[in-house]
Design a protein. Structure first.
Length: 379
């Protein structure tokens, strides 16, 4: 009697931490369905943490900010070598380099690929040349993909309009979804007379609107507003849009912002905040807004793809122009003017919106259907 080998699903991604924190629901569902799940990613998170959700880790070093063709060829070769050994029934691709080079490696071996385009990435925000290069790479890598998931309709429509993907293969997801049991509603903390806390959770990148957040905070403080402006997130020196630490230290010395650095559990920071803010230039579907909304926080964000899917302007928060510190200042002031009662109503609306539109189970179900179809093709 021959034993049927356990089918493998491989994940190509630029961070093991990302798998443990944002893809756990999908991993657990795949494992429960009988798949062996293997992540190919930089070892930036303990392998034991991945094993707890049922995922193995094959370390794949990756320089996310590098534009070196030599490095990218090495990455392609590494992905192909690992995939050839694993022979998965499907590859799940996330983030630009794993989507491109993991996708090309899988194509060369006849392995179905399910991509996730979580925003356009910094290359699309760097000007025409960088955007053209990124578009060409995506077109090559996505040409034979089985399914391409997008996190907002603007990105999907742009990729289809530029003929980077076939509309028959494109589908929308509600971001990475949100675990509503893990991110429970927390009471708004501000009491009468207490200074409200505005919280920005993001990597320290210009594209996330960190400079505009600091500038808006400075203007509000100079006008006598009593509020705190807290930044939580990691410094990302590999990224071309990275905020210099010297700039951050100057803001702190000036008393403009409080910087907490990266945190192990973002729920604690959100629980201490009154309003969650994201002045990003463009997003796929921002996790930080989903987490804030799930925990019952009013939101302030820019009126850009991704953010506008989470924030219903005037209902659960306010939208403002991107790259505009004055517009952001006005939106933050509008949130203060709403008072505790107005913020409480928006907080309830935030939770209701994520329950209705962004429950993680919607994402898990979509992936399970896609993997089942891809597996049928491979078998």
């Amino acid at each position: 009697m021959s034993l049927v080998p356990q089918p493998v699903v491989a994940i190509c991604i630029n961070s093991a931490w990302n798998v443990a924190n944002f893809r756990a629901g999908v991993v657990r569902a795949l494992v429960a369905a009988g798949y062996r799940v293997v992540a190919m990613a930089p070892p930036d998170h303990p392998a034991a943490a991945l094993r707890e959700i049922g995922c193995e880790l094959v370390p794949v070093p990756m320089e996310r900010g590098s534009l070196s063709p030599i490095h990218d060829i090495r990455l392609l070769v590494k992905f192909r070598r690992v995939l050839k050994a694993l022979r998965p029934v499907a590859v799940l691709g996330y983030t630009i380099k794993p989507n491109v080079y993991g996708g090309l490696a899988a194509q060369s071996l006849g392995i179905p690929v399910i991509n996730n385009i979580a925003g356009l990435g910094t290359m699309f925000l760097r000007g025409r040349m960088a955007a053209a290069v990124a578009g060409t790479l995506y077109k090559l890598a996505l040409a034979r993909s089985h399914t391409i998931f997008f996190q907002n309709p603007d990105d999907l429509e742009m990729f289809v309009a530029r003929r980077l993907v076939s509309p028959t293969k494109a589908a929308l997801l509600p971001g990475s979804g949100i675990d509503l049991d893990r991110f429970r509603v927390a009471p708004l903390p501000a009491q009468d007379g207490a200074a409200p806390v505005f919280l920005l959770v993001a990597r320290l990148l210009r594209d996330k609107g960190v400079v505009e957040f600091a500038d808006a905070a400075r203007m509000l403080r100079q006008s006598g507003v009593q509020a705190r402006f807290v930044v939580v997130g990691d410094h990302d020196p590999e990224n071309a849009a990275s905020i210099p630490l010297e700039m951050l230290r100057a803001w702190m010395a000036e008393g403009v912002v409080e910087y907490r650095g990266p945190v192990a559990d973002v729920r604690e920071a959100i629980a201490e905040a009154d309003i969650v803010v994201l002045p990003s230039y463009r997003e796929g579907l921002p996790r930080t807004l989903l987490e804030g909304a799930a925990m019952g926080r009013p939101l302030v964000a820019t009126d850009v793809p991704g953010c506008r899917e989470v924030v219903d302007d005037g209902v659960n928060g306010f939208l403002c122009r991107a790259r505009d510190a004055i517009a952001l200042r006005d939106a933050l002031m509008e949130m203060l003017s709403a008072g505790a009662g107005g913020r409480s109503r928006m907080a309830s609306a935030s939770r209701e919106r994520v329950e209705r539109l962004f429950d993680e189970r919607f994402v898990v179900e979509a992936y399970m259907r896609a993997v089942a179809k891809a597996s049928a093709l491979k078998s």
